[in-house]
Design a protein around this ligand. Structure first.
Ligand code: PMP
Length: 387
């Protein structure tokens, strides 16, 4: 039986360029596609990645020394943490953060230092992910001689925030001043809604040298099950990840890498054009975003309009739902259970993206995803109408 709500499962099929490529690869009478390939990344894929990101970042990228292919972005994150963090090193985590950062860091003996994004009260009727900001002085106060790394998830899961150039410059200046490395988790780089633009922190002056940019073929091509990810950065940083990779996974699936490379080659001349899959996907998802926001508002939930990703965070504090104020379980966790049992709706408590001490900051917030079939959104509409 197909479960509709696998973690991170997408409703869209990957583009034909990628699925046809995989069919061709596995049916080709070529034994090489069925055997181990180059450990640090299949030659055709690292070349396609170097061409793609060379174009996006406007720099020449060495496919062999500046790229590592991993088991999903998860793999690249794990290698980065294990390869660079020593016990006692501090790492800054911007809240809300993708939940695996903290356990990965702790396994390496690293010490998390938290700073929450704070929503600015704008007086506008609608809330936007861009209202969530870092306080520059507070951020500066988190850096010290033990700080090794800052995790920067841009666009941010769960908020959908896309950092502006001036925000990135502020972070970059602190990293340069304190000699800190950025783990730039940019798996949603293509899922950005116009007029927002995604800027890679590695492209800011002096930042290539200190940034590991992490990407996901699963997000790029709506193929999360393929679990192909990568890290891109200067050779002296990537080599630390390569050592981890060489002694854990050693190499990644050959046919999937070959097919993904063919997909990237197909998109390469189209980058920046409407017909490029990287532009088609956000254009297809945008109406779903607008629809879910409207539906949630009909029952009094206030959505924060995301500039990127396929998530939306909604404030449920206006709803007339009886939650146990005396319970030690946070309200957002209680509310998600209530949603499932009373409304058959699945959401994630946003507190799951916060450190234990800061979970209260998200007590009125839950995260929905809208990368769903229209028929599933129709069901949401029926639930809302009968609320
Ligand atoms: N980073 C973020 C912010 C994510 O949301 C995800 C997947 N949900 C990942 C990394 C992991 O990506 P992958 O599936 O390529 O391992």
């Amino acid at each position: 039986m197909m479960l509709p709500f696998f973690r991170g499962s997408l409703i869209f099929l990957p583009p034909n360029s990628v699925t046809d490529a995989l069919a061709k690869v596995v049916s080709a009478n070529n034994h090489a596609f069925h055997q181990y390939t180059r450990g640090f990344g299949h030659p055709r894929l690292v070349r396609a990645l170097a061409d793609t990101y060379g174009k996006v970042m406007d720099r020449s990228i060495n496919p062999n020394t500046e790229i590592l292919v991993s088991v999903g972005a998860y793999g690249a994150l794990f290698y980065a943490v294990q390869g660079l963090i020593n016990p006692g090193d501090e790492a800054i985590l911007i809240e809300p953060y993708f939940d695996c950062y903290e356990p990965m860091l702790k396994v390496a003996g690293g010490v998390p230092v938290y700073i929450p994004l704070k929503p600015e009260v704008t007086g506008k009727k609608t809330r936007s992910s861009a209202d969530w900001k870092l306080d520059p002085d507070e951020l500066a106060s988190k850096f010290n001689e033990k700080t090794k790394v800052i995790f920067l998830n841009n666009p941010n899961n769960p908020l959908g925030k896309v950092y502006s150039r001036s925000e990135l410059e502020m972070i970059a200046e602190l990293c340069k001043k304190h000699d800190v490395v950025v783990f730039a988790d940019e798996v949603y780089e293509w899922l950005v809604y116009e007029p927002s633009k995604h800027i890679k922190i590695a492209t800011l002056p002096g930042m290539w040298e200190r940034t590991i940019t992490i990407g996901s073929g699963g997000k790029m091509f709506s193929a999360t099950g393929w679990k192909i990810g990568w890290a891109i950065g200067p050779p002296y940083l990537i080599s630390c990840l390569q050592t981890m990779h060489q002694n854990s996974n050693y190499t990644i699936s050959t046919p999937l890498q070959e097919a993904m490379a063919m997909g990237m080659e197909h998109e390469l001349p189209l980058i920046g054009k409407k017909e490029c899959y990287y532009s088609v996907l956000p254009a297809q998802i945008r109406p779903k975003r607008d629809r879910i926001i409207k539906l949630l508002s009909e029952v009094g939930m206030i959505a924060t309009v995301p500039d990127g990703t396929y998530f939306v965070v909604a404030d449920f504090s206006n709803l007339d739902v009886k939650l146990d104020e005396t319970s030690s379980e946070p309200k957002d966790y209680q509310f998600t259970k209530w949603l499932i049992s009373h409304k058959k709706l699945a959401a994630i408590p946003v507190g799951a993206f916060y450190s234990p001490g800061n979970k209260h900051l998200a007590e009125n917030l839950v995260r929905f995803t809208y990368i769903k079939e229209d028929s599933t959104l129709d069901k949401l509409e029926t639930i809302i109408k009968n609320w």
